[in-house]
Design a protein. Structure first.
Ligand SMILES: [Zn+2]
Length: 402
C-alpha cells in the first residue's frame, strides 16, 4: 500500500459521530479540583474507551490515586515516536454557566466546561488513535496518547510523564489554538521584593525606618519603569512580556510600631530564551537608583522559590519553525483543510514547555478557542473537532511511518 492509500484509509476511518459523541461524554464528566478524586472518573472512562478501541492502555499513578492515562499503538521498528497529549482536568464551572456539564449542541458548537480546554481535543486525539490502529498502517515508531492530570494546578501529570516515560521524540499538545499552529508561548516568574525597615515606637518615628513608606517608592518606580523596560524586549510571535504587582504585605499589629518588613510579589513575563533569573537586573537597577536619593532604602530581590512546582513550570517555550513536528502538522493540515495553519505564538502558558524542556520537540495545535476557555460560555466548534481528529491522524502517519 502506498502512503497516499494508507492516508486515505485512515481518514475514512475517522468517524465523525464518534468524535462528537466522545466529546460530549467527556464534557459530561466533571473533572475539576472540586470533584471527588479530581480527574479519576474521567480517567477511568477514557481508559475504557481507549481499550474498547483496541489500544494498549496503562494507568500511570501520579499522586493521591490520581493517574495519567497512556495509550499506545506500537511501532514495529525503532522509528520516530509521536505523543498526542492533553489534560484531563478543567477549571471549575462558572456559576453563570447554564448546565456546564450538559454538553448541549447548538448549531456548529458543543457547549460546556472543558469543551475547548480541552476535552474536545482529547476526543479528537482518541478518534485519531483509533483510526490509525484499525487501519493497515504499520507504524515504525510508537504513537502515544497521554491524558494527563493537574495542568490547571501545577502540572503534576506532565512532570511525572517526562520523568518516568514513556519517552517520545515528538509531541502535539492539543490546547485550544483555534486551528492555528502555536510554536511559542510566554513564561513567567514570581519576583519578591522585600523592603527592610527598622522598628521603633510610633511616637518616635525618627528612630525607625518605615518599610511601608520605602516600599511605596519601590512600587511607584516599578509600575512606572518596568513596563517600559519590558517593552524593549519583544518576540516576533508573542510580543512583549507584562508584569502584575500581585501582592503586598507589611506591618500589622501592634499598629504603634514603625513596620520593619514589607514585601511585594510581582509576576513578571518571560520570553523564549530567558531564564527566571534574567529579569533580576531590571529590578536591581530600579532599587539602586532609588537608593541614590534615599540611602535608608534597603530591599532584597529574589525569585520566589516554590518547592511544589517543577523546574520547567511557567518557563517560556519555543520550537523552531523549521522543526520536523512543525512541518508534519503543517503538511497534515494542508491535506485536511486545503491550507497551512498560521504559525503563531500564545500569551498563555501550558504543559508544552515541560515537554520541550525534557527534550521533546513539541507544538500546540487544537480545536477550540482560548478566548472562550475558562469562560461561562465555553464551547468548541464541531468542524474544528472533526478536522483536528483527521490532522492528528495524518500527523501520526507523517511522524511514525518514518
Ligand atoms: Zn488547557
Amino acid at each position: 500500500m502506498s502512503i497516499r492509500e494508507i492516508e486515505e484509509e485512515v481518514l475514512r476511518r475517522v468517524d465523525n459521530q464518534y468524535v462528537i459523541r466522545l466529546s460530549q461524554e467527556l464534557i459530561k464528566i466533571p473533572s475539576h479540583r472540586g470533584c471527588e478524586g479530581h480527574e479519576r472518573r474521567i480517567g477511568e472512562f477514557l481508559a475504557e474507551e481507549l481499550e474498547r478501541a483496541g489500544l494498549e492502555v496503562s494507568l500511570q499513578n501520579v499522586i493521591d490515586d490520581r493517574f495519567n492515562v497512556i495509550a499506545r499503538v506500537c511501532g514495529e521498528e525503532k522509528g520516530q515516536s509521536l505523543m498526542l497529549t492533553g489534560h484531563l482536568d478543567t477549571v471549575p464551572a462558572s456559576e453563570k454557566q447554564p448546565d456546564p456539564f450538559a454538553a448541549t449542541i447548538r448549531e456548529n458548537r458543543i457547549y460546556g466546561r472543558g469543551a475547548s480546554d480541552m476535552k474536545g481535543a482529547l476526543a479528537a486525539m482518541t478518534a485519531a488513535m483509533k483510526a490509525v490502529s484499525e487501519s493497515k498502517a504499520r507504524l515504525k515508531g510508537d504513537l502515544l496518547l497521554a491524558g494527563v492530570i493537574g495542568e490547571e494546578t501545577t502540572s503534576e501529570g506532565t512532570t511525572h510523564l517526562v520523568r518516568n516515560g514513556p519517552k517520545t521524540s515528538f509531541a502535539i499538545n492539543g490546547e485550544p489554538t483555534n486551528m492555528e499552529l502555536i510554536i511559542a508561548h510566554k513564561g513567567a516568574v514570581l519576583i519578591q521584593v522585600a523592603a527592610k525597615g527598622k522598628a521603633a515606637h510610633c511616637d518616635t518615628p525618627w528612630l525607625g525606618i518605615n518599610s511601608i513608606e520605602k516600599m511605596s517608592k519601590i512600587v511607584l518606580a516599578i509600575s512606572e519603569q518596568l513596563p517600559r523596560e519590558l517593552k524593549r524586549k519583544t518576540h516576533r510571535l508573542i510580543g512583549s512580556p507584562t508584569i502584575n504587582i500581585g501582592s503586598i504585605q507589611g506591618g500589622g499589629w501592634p499598629y504603634t510600631t514603625v513596620p520593619e518588613d514589607c514585601k511585594i510579589v510581582i509576576i513578571t513575563g518571560l520570553l523564549p530564551g530567558e531564564k527566571k533569573e534574567s529579569v533580576l537586573p531590571i529590578y536591581e537597577k530600579i532599587v539602586t537608583e532609588l537608593q541614590r536619593e534615599d540611602p535608608e532604602l534597603q530591599a532584597d530581590i529574589d525569585v520566589v522559590p516554590i518547592e511544589t512546582i517543577p523546574e520547567a513550570y511557567n518557563l517560556p517555550f519555543e520550537t523552531d519553525e523549521s522543526a520536523v513536528i512543525v512541518r508534519s502538522v503543517e503538511n497534515s493540515a494542508q491535506k485536511v483543510l486545503g491550507r497551512k495553519p498560521r504559525v503563531t505564538g500564545a500569551g498563555y502558558w501550558c504543559d508544552a514547555s515541560i515537554l520541550s524542556y525534557a527534550g521533546v520537540q513539541t507544538v500546540i495545535f487544537g480545536p477550540g478557542e482560548v478566548e472562550c476557555a475558562h469562560s461561562a460560555t465555553e464551547y468548541v466548534q464541531i468542524d474544528h473537532l472533526l478536522d483536528s481528529a483527521r490532522i492528528y491522524a495524518l500527523a501520526a502517519l507523517e511522524v511514525c511511518l518514518r
